[in-house]
Write a protein that binds this ligand. Structure first.
Ligand code: UTP
Length: 285
């Protein structure tokens, strides 16, 4: 499930008409990175929680026959492959609307009927990960071993806990930690640890029972963290540190950094980008 119904206020003015999830890192919208990460983890069905003004996102995953025909006629095979590579399997994806951005928990709840009574993954597409193995695949490996609910987590500066969902942990082998509590955006003095949730979750469907109460939490929003906290104790619940870099593309500085990092990974772009960035830095000195 991909919640994509937020307003993207931190990314204005770009997001006045362009969905935040359609902002591009190099030449791919961030939502496509998340979909590819999910596919690499073995996910075969895709649900998007959208809202008004997100039709570009829906079209991105659809066939574009005229464009394809033109590319074919001009012999632009690489461009055609790039266009076709963004498609999703017919009958295996769908969109549901969140009429009002009442919070991530509410967005997830909106997809209940489409998800049904089975475990599911939530990927927040504005968080883009870079590394050899899909972060969701790393989580699926932990899920196959331990079951229940699995969150991707990372250590943050203790002074910054009020920006994140924070874990209280029991047993911790340095990679996987047992979750004993979850708090959304605690002040540093109230934070049970400095392990923060990042935007990847594997959850059991019982979370919908708690989300269905529509209780608001931090910031007056319906928080996924609060509903997840209620599952702890009744089901296995683990946080797993992941290998790879994370970029919060809803943050302008990290979005720019993601573009540089992904461009430097590309054989066709690395030399040019390195030269341009070096020149800019040189002029600054
Ligand atoms: P964010 O808080 O990062 O997104 O939510 P936002 O609210 O769009 O961004 P800012 O802070 O105003 O810039 C993380 C993800 O959850 C979705 C967003 O679309 C984003 O992908 N979301 C958030 C919803 O789908 N519905 C909501 O009510 C809130």
């Amino acid at each position: 499930m991909f919640p994509v119904a937020g307003l993207g206020t931190r990314s204005l003015p770009a997001t006045k008409t362009i969905p935040k999830e359609m902002l591009c890192v190099v030449d791919k919208p961030v939502i496509q990175y998340a979909v590819e990460e999910a596919k690499a983890a073995g996910i075969e069905e895709f649900v998007f929680v959208t809202s008004r003004g997100k039709s570009a996102l829906e079209d991105h995953f659809d066939r574009q026959f005229e464009l394809e025909e033109s590319l074919r006629a001009r012999g632009k095979d690489d461009a055609l492959a790039a266009v076709r590579g963004a498609e999703l399997p017919p009958g295996r994806y769908g969109f549901v609307r969140q009429a009002e951005p009442l919070g991530l928990g509410h967005a997830v709840w909106c997809a209940q009927a489409m998800i049904g009574d089975e475990p599911f993954a939530v990927l927040l597409p504005d968080e883009v990960f870079r590394g050899p193995v899909s972060v969701l695949k790393q989580m699926v490996d932990v899920y196959d071993r331990l079951g229940g609910n699995v969150l991707a987590v990372r250590e943050v500066e203790p002074a910054l806990t009020a920006r994140y969902g924070i874990l209280a942990v029991g047993g911790d082998d340095g990679r996987v930690a047992e979750v004993t509590g979850l708090v959304e955006k605690p002040k540093p003095k109230d934070a049970p640890s400095n392990l923060s949730i990042v935007g990847r979750y594997i959850l059991q469907p019982e979370v919908f029972d708690h989300l269905g109460r529509h209780e608001t939490g931090a910031g007056g929003e319906i928080q996924l963290t609060d509903a997840m906290a209620r599952l702890i104790g009744g089901q296995p619940f683990h946080g797993t540190r992941f290998e790879g870099d994370r970029f919060d593309c809803g943050d302008k500085a990290e979005f720019v950094a993601a573009n540089v990092a992904f461009a430097l990974d590309r054989a066709d772009l690395a030399d040019g980008v390195r030269a341009s960035v070096s020149a800019i830095l040189g002029h600054r000195d």
